[in-house]
Design a protein around this ligand. Structure first.
Ligand SMILES: NC(=O)c1ccc[n+]([C@@H]2O[C@H](COP(=O)([O-])OP(=O)(O)OC[C@H]3O[C@@H](n4cnc5c(N)ncnc54)[C@H](OP(=O)(O)O)[C@@H]3O)[C@@H](O)[C@H]2O)c1
Length: 316
């Protein structure tokens, strides 16, 4: 039997990387071994991955030399940054650069980089429809990732670009779930501007990344935008209502109102939703459930995700 090839997984204790580690471990006869990279191998999550069968090694994206050690001997690397831990585009860019460079130095043969669009390519800084943030961004957490695509290419890291969609888990963890309206009925409120929203179960992102590694290096240089399903606001509210056994109506939040909510990142996310609405059908086409299903046949629809998760959606 040929020797198994190591995939070094950044973000292994998180949603995207965790999904990939679990997909590798679940495929016992598959060709890959999972190397989970974390800043805290001794943490509960690190230990759980070790117990499940992953090799768990220390690595910190803020410490480039630690990544070179963590990627050594790996065939593949899954690279993801966590903007929301620090909200710094500079730090996200430096972390992505460290990952690209470590991939090249370690001779990694296939990198999957979890990226997003640089929105300034379609909505330039002088386009007043979206307020410019921090002097040089429209959607900082998208733009910094999109900007880093070039770094992977310049470093010569053999990279496939994976564009994730809105996690349906945001309805559980990010305060995006339904709230009680003045009449006591539930309201799902999002700034969609009439656009449909490509969404996905977070676990499916890692499973799609696994599909890319299985497909092989022929995908290098290509972009794969994925979603589990693309639904309008009223469709999401209706599906959620059926799953919760409650009436839920959809309310569109004006972009300016959302940007003004005042939580960290509100302007960034408000701009993100407006960017998606500006692109309209083009944005919808950029996240294709059929393409995602070809990588991950277990891809969940929103209804399937709700069957497993509706009880965890907090209802305020
Ligand atoms: N929420 C959405 O709808 C959505 C949609 C598309 C894309 N995204 C993007 O997804 C990214 C986050 O991915 P996620 O949801 O999988 O993350 P997550 O579940 O929040 O977990 C964060 C992961 O990043 C790791 N990490 C953070 N800083 C690190 C560092 N300096 N060195 C090494 N590892 C580090 C953590 O590992 P340890 O703590 O174990 O070291 C952890 O595994 C964000 O950048 C976001 O923009 C989110």
């Amino acid at each position: 039997m040929p020797e198994k090839k190591i995939i070094a997984v950044m973000g292994a204790t998180g949603a995207q990387g965790g999904g990939l580690v679990r997909a590798i471990l679940a495929d016992r006869t598959g060709q890959f071994l999972a190397r989970a990279i974390t800043r805290k191998p001794e943490s509960e999550k690190g230990q759980a991955l070790a117990k499940a069968g992953a090799e768990v090694v220390a690595g910190d994206a803020d410490d480039p030399s630690s990544l070179e050690r963590a990627f050594a001997g790996a065939y593949g690397a899954f690279c993801v940054t966590n903007f929301w831990e620090h909200l710094s585009t500079e730090r996200e860019g430096a972390q992505a650069t460290a990952m690209a460079r470590a991939s090249r130095r370690a001779g990694v043969q296939h990198v999957v980089w979890s990226t997003l669009e640089d929105t300034r390519r379609t909505v330039p800084l002088d386009d007043a429809r979206l307020p410019t943030l921090q002097g040089r961004y429209k959607v900082p957490h998208f733009d910094a990732k999109g900007e880093a695509d070039r770094v992977f290419a310049e470093e010569g890291a053999p990279t496939t670009y994976l564009l994730a969609a809105f996690y349906w888990e945001n309805f559980i963890y990010f305060g995006s779930g339904p709230r009680k309206g003045p009449d006591g009925n539930l309201v799902l409120a999002l700034p969609l501007g009439g656009a449909k929203l490509p969404g996905i179960a977070a676990e499916d992102i890692g499973k799609c990344a696994y599909g890319l590694f299985r497909r092989g290096t022929g995908t290098v240089g290509q972009r794969f935008g994925i979603a589990g399903e693309v639904l309008s606001g009223p469709e999401m509210a209706a599906n959620m209502g059926r799953a919760l056994g409650r009436k839920i109506t959809f309310e569109n939040v004006p972009f300016d109102v959302y940007r003004g909510l005042g939580f960290p990142g509100a302007e960034d996310i408000g701009n993100m939703f407006q960017f998606q609405a500006i692109l309209g059908d083009e944005f919808v086409r950029s996240r294709d459930p059929e393409r995602a299903r070809s990588l991950n046949p277990e891809l969940l629809s929103f209804d399937a995700w709700l069957r497993a998760n509706a009880a965890r959606v907090p209802v305020a």
